[in-house]
Design a protein around this ligand. Sequence first.
Ligand code: GRG
Length: 344
Amino acid sequence: MCTIFNMFTRMFLPDFHEFHQIAYGRPINDRMGELKIEKHVKYILSVEKRKDDFVSVVMEHLRLNGAYWGLTTLDILGKLDAVDQDEVVSWVMQCQHECGGFGGNIGHDPHMLYTLSAIQVLALFDKIEVLDIEKVSNYIAGLQNDDGSFSGDMWGEVDTRFSYIAICSLAILHQLDKINVETAVKYILSCQNLDGGFGCTPGAESHAGQNFCCVGALAITGSLHHVDKDLLGWWLCERQVKSGGLNGRPEKLPDVCYSWWVLSCLIMIDRVHWIDKEKLVKFILDCQDKENGGISDRPDDAVDVFHTYFGVAGLSLLEYPGLKAIDPAYALPVEVVDRIFVSK
Ligand code: GRG
């Protein structure tokens, strides 16, 4: 029924945005208060330049991860050329350690998370070739455990976040054959719960963030056929609350970040039509600081670079006009992913 309806609307009705223009006399982004693209660009560039205010100091140990969020947002907004690429690449390379892994800033300990951020930032600038690929991929592969899981660093914490990070990083570097993909997939599947969602370790509560990691890793390794998509899709679409925003697990408040963690999964399992997209667009737009730029977790809260990424990336997944498309599994613009896998 649903499919027949979709076929009908595709054949006889104009697309989503045209439809709203005809029905309400204005395009969808006018009616809702549009995305303040120029303001968000200005906000991100100002965060990039700040080095010594309170927020910059407390985030100093994860600056490389922040750089990934900020630069990816700029790219989706079509403004990546506003930053000095050589300066960023040189700083990224100074965050690398002898073991091959990257720290969150110069002089900080190496960790899988910052290693992925480094690879992603270099991919954005089409500069993967500055890496010693053998060295970086050996560092990542060396963190796989016998049961297929991954540790985040030499101290051994295990989490499905690290499974995703390892698989995504190695796929971008074309080095997936360095790990045991079969046991990695088996471990991820052992973290799926009866409610259809995934947790950080076997038996741990389902959480939207972990769903992104597990579904993303399964998508990249071509293993999504192991998942009951209707059951998982039901858990995911139940994350939408009255305001249109999404939460990360039952009984929690909505947060713009779940526009990324939940939506990306729904797209990967082909169930995004199970939520009300228009209400979610409105929720995200309501979280903008319309004067100074930036997006917050909920309307009227303070903005930060992470939620600005989540809001803009969420809108990109929702095909908001004027934004570049983002890949839901690699969390990079589609044109960057195409460059990695198609044109090279
Ligand atoms: C490249 C996109 C990308 C990711 C890299 C680090 C990582 C891989 C994924 C993190 C996934 C994750 C666990 C996200 C959740 C983050 C979050 C908002 C946690 C908050 O948890 P609670 O319990 O919040 O404080 P709730 O909303 O449940 O109250």
